[in-house]
Design a protein around this ligand. Structure first.
Ligand SMILES: [Zn+2]
Length: 95
């Protein structure tokens, strides 16, 4: 019998699934009002979590959940940056 340590769960703003923090990417609104991807998980500011999948990003944008969560308007620039960061090499676009 091994006790599993409880991992803090976060909800993806795209698919709304609860996952451990490690599986998700943290998007943070810095105190300066900038929206950025927090790769360290330590950046201060208001955060939202999302799966590293473009599909989830699209859902989050469509549902405006990202801006609701972060309470700032998400600009196209930010979306573009996020999109580039979320595309992993092993994820090939389905046609
Ligand atoms: Zn998701």
């Amino acid at each position: 019998m091994s006790k599993k340590r409880r991992v803090p769960l976060r909800t993806c703003v795209g698919c709304r699934e609860k996952k451990s923090k490690r599986e998700l990417i943290r998007i943070v609104r810095t105190p300066a009002g900038e929206v950025t991807v927090d790769l360290t998980g330590k950046q201060s500011g208001r955060g939202a979590y999302i799966c590293p999948r473009v599909a989830c990003l699209e859902k989050a944008i469509k549902g405006r959940r990202l801006e609701k969560n972060l309470r700032v308007p998400i600009t196209l620039e930010v979306i573009d940056t996020l999109r580039k960061m979320l595309v992993s090499p092993e994820e090939k676009p389905e046609s």
